[in-house]
Design a protein around this ligand. Structure first.
Ligand SMILES: Cc1ncc(COP(=O)(O)O)c(C=O)c1O
Length: 501
């Protein structure tokens, strides 16, 4: 998540009595609000240097420079920043984030971007090549999910997984309002589904009904049935989920949706470009796509395991009628007849061109090879984790592997890994850490290095109880802090810092 430890370390120094008090009471205590404000300000001041590492090295431009800076100087500054940032992800230390990362592949995508940098699908008459690319991206993606025998599957390109999910949820809200007269829409969402569903609920005023997951971290279908009301517009499942990398029981969930004539969305943002190929390779992939009659929409991220550059995803629907509820049209605007399929108006056509180029250059064979490498590496990494008695893998994951410990503070294990250059994702509820295996981890020696470092991390935590770690107190506190509003406020101020020059 990126929030650094010093925020919470400082927060801990706030009077513990105040910390334990309920938020409303807290805010009513005279002087407390001011004191919290002062605490925030000082915490964030401490944080700034680590968030702005380039301040002393590169000129900062709060206003336009009076005379333009020479192009070569700009390129050289950017090259130095890249050199600083690149090594970690390139050498396979990072969970997720960069999914392909091979230098010659990146060069190819950069050439494609450069060729198309001026294109904008909003002007489809000027840039018909972009429309061609986008239509084919949608069709190629749909064909992975059972559209070969079903020509009603359609969709659009979006800017990423979050936008695909927001679009789908807005579509269900509008469809249900128009077709069923639902004024107070509700969506049924497993607690492990991506935060983008919560964002959609907030943005579009849809009530989110959370359902729990079972011991296997998969959504509880019986709870979904109990959560259904006459206002339900959609049920959601993940294939797989971000935190634990497990596939929800899509078949029973989507059947439930079908029986009650509500929508069902499979979030395959993470798995859309792995699972179809895993199935072809003979892995036992449970049904999750449009071959299930209850699945009415899906999201699949080309910019993750589709190996396109960041900024593209696909949202798909069963039937163009549903897709029409996503589209925006303006017929009375003095600016002319206006329409856009997604949230943005103008869009970067170059990203769609690069996404298309990624897909057709890899082809089915490229994705099969990538999937095989990823699943084999994930299996080796699972074996490494299982060989460490203090660690326990959560559920039965595919290639996003979450692990916890019953005897050690898992966040201290993560801290040791960070010192060894690893960037793993800290999870909570329950406390765990995950590694999303990418092609970077399939390079020779990376899985073995992960195993060796993890073993050392566990030994270190066992033998050095005095080492409290860096993020461990942060996660411990974040898990227990009753004041969620305070945590939320801190996150907002953290974002403010990111926008400081
Ligand atoms: C299952 C799942 N859905 C949605 C998203 C959101 O994708 P994005 O970060 O591209 O908006 C993610 C991101 O990791 C994800 O794992």
């Amino acid at each position: 998540m990126g929030i650094t430890d010093s925020i919470f370390k400082r927060l801990r120094r706030v009077n513990p009595r105040i910390m334990a008090a309920a938020e409303k009471t807290l805010q009513a205590v005279p002087g407390v609000q001011g004191r919290m404000e002062a605490e925030y300000a000082s915490m964030l001041r401490d944080l700034e240097p680590s968030l702005k590492p380039y301040r002393n090295e590169f000129a900062a431009h709060a206003q336009l420079p009076q005379a333009g800076i020479p192009r070569e100087e700009i390129i050289s500054a950017m090259e130095r920043m890249q050199a600083h940032e690149r090594t970690r992800w390139e050498s396979g230390f990072v969970s997720g984030a960069v999914y392909h990362g091979d230098p010659s592949y990146i060069d190819f995508l950069n050439r494609v971007y450069a060729l198309n940098s001026q294109s904008n699908p909003l002007h489809s008459d000027v840039f018909p090549s972009t429309s061609k690319f986008e239509a084919e991206i949608v069709s190629m993606t749909a064909s992975l999910f059972g559209a070969q025998n079903n020509n009603e599957i359609c969709g659009t390109v979006s800017s990423g997984g979050t936008e695909s999910i927001l679009l789908a949820m807005k579509t269900y809200r509008d469809y249900a309002r128009s077709r069923r007269g639902i004024r107070d829409p509700e969506m049924i969402v497993p607690v492990t589904a991506h935060a983008a569903f919560d964002k959609a609920a907030q943005y579009f005023n849809i009530k989110q009904i959370h359902i729990p997951v079972g011991d296997d971290y998969r959504a509880d279908a019986a709870a979904a049935e109990r959560a259904l009301t006459e206002n339900t517009v959609v049920i959601v499942g993940s294939a797989p989920s971000f935190p634990h990398g497990v596939i929800d029981p899509i078949e029973p969930l989507s059947e439930l949706a079908r029986a009650h004539r509500v929508g069902f969305h499979t979030d395959a943002c993470l798995g859309g470009f792995v699972l179809p190929f895993a199935e072809q390779l003979g892995y036992p992939v449970p049904p999750f796509d449009f071959r299930l009659p209850g699945v009415t929409s899906m999201s699949a991220d080309t910019h993750k395991y589709g190996y396109a550059p960041k900024g593209s995803s696909v949202v798909l629907y069963r039937g163009s009628e549903l897709r029409h509820y996503q589209y925006y049209t303006a017929t009375e605007w003095p600016g002319g007849l206006y329409f856009s399929p997604t949230f943005a108006g103008s869009r970067p056509g170059a990203l769609s061109a690069a996404c298309w180029a990624a897909m057709v250059s890899l082809g089915e064979q490229g994705y099969l090879d990538a999937t095989r490498r990823i699943l084999e590496t994930a299996s080796a990494i699972k074996t490494e984790i299982r060989s460490i008695p203090e660690l326990r893998i959560l559920g039965d994951p595919w290639w996003v592997i979450a692990f916890a410990s019953d005897t050690l503070d898992i966040y201290r294990v993560m801290d040791f890994m960070t010192r060894r250059k690893w960037s793993l994702n800290g999870l909570h509820k329950p406390s765990a850490v995950h590694l999303a295996v990418t092609l970077r981890h399939t390079e020779p020696g990376v899985a073995e290095r992960f195993g060796a470092d993890l073993r050392e991390a566990v030994d270190h935590v066992k033998t050095h109880p005095e080492d409290k770690g860096e993020m461990a107190p942060v996660y411990g506190l974040a898990a227990n802090l009753p004041l969620r509003g305070v945590v939320s406020d801190l996150l907002k101020r953290y974002m403010d810092v990111l926008y400081k020059v």
